[in-house]
Design a protein around this ligand. Structure first.
Ligand code: ZN
Length: 244
């Protein structure tokens, strides 16, 4: 699952194309329905940025292409005209390089930037206060582990970093937001930002609970548990011994 840090890496990879008037093609038929090539070909690419789990490519004329990678999508950068193996959904070709988008699955063209996302957890100075306020504004009975995956509260936290940050903060994913203090929410968000930033910068991360169900917690020795959480039923991992 591409997490926010993977999106930031993709954004960095595509920077050589920024500022260029680009050729745009959609070799894969699945990407042709949006008529992206007709609408974007020949426009200047103004920016490529990761916002939460979305990669936003802004073109002149106010066009913003949103790419969400879900499980299998990815972006690569190749020399212009280098051999293609397979059919990417999208090719964005500059004078020297071309960006290639593989496996979609979401390519959506808008005429304005996304407004409904919360502050980016990977911003240089994440707006933790606003994220806490967003979490507070939502349903107070909602479990914290579910709430912090809501991209409208804080953009970019994925399932792995949710699990690891909650363990770090010693907060159970099942605790209702309404029973969590502002300070506890901040500690969780700060832990997520710190660990994701470390991963983005190439640091190694040793999982504490994520995908470790049945193993003893490294802090207290209690057996780590896992269970589906929230509407999307994504698996939560936690230590019932030290995460209250
Ligand atoms: Zn523990």
């Amino acid at each position: 699952m591409p997490e926010g840090d993977a999106l930031h890496r993709a954004a960095r990879r595509l920077q050589p194309l920024v500022g260029e008037v680009v050729e745009v093609e959609t070799p894969n038929p699945r990407a042709q329905v949006g008529r992206l090539a007709e609408r974007l070909d020949g426009r200047r690419l103004l920016s490529v940025e990761a916002v939460g789990k979305n990669l936003l490519l802004t073109f002149e004329g106010g066009y913003v292409l949103r790419s969400h990678l879900r499980m299998n999508g990815r972006w690569t950068l190749a020399q212009r005209g280098a051999e293609l193996r397979g059919r990417p959904w999208l090719v964005v070709r500059g004078s020297r390089f071309e960006g290639r988008q593989w496996n979609g699955p979401v390519l959506e063209l808008r005429t304005r930037a996304l407004r409904r996302l919360g502050p980016d957890i990977l911003a240089a100075e994440p707006d933790f206060k606003q994220m806490v306020a967003n979490l507070r504004a939502a349903d107070r009975d909602r479990a914290i582990g579910d709430a912090i995956l809501d991209q409208r509260a804080a953009a970019g936290i994925g399932n792995k970093w949710k699990a690891e940050a909650l363990w770090e903060a010693e907060v159970s994913p099942w605790r209702p937001v309404g029973e969590t203090t502002d300070r506890e929410l901040e500690v969780v968000l700060e832990a997520a930002a710190r660990e994701m930033r470390g991963s983005l910068e190439g640091g190694r991360h040793v999982n504490r609970v994520y995908r470790l169900a049945g193993r003893p917690c490294s802090r207290c020795g209690t057996v780590i548990r896992s269970r589906g959480q929230g509407d999307a039923n994504r698996i939560a991992y936690w230590c019932p011994g030290c995460q209250k």
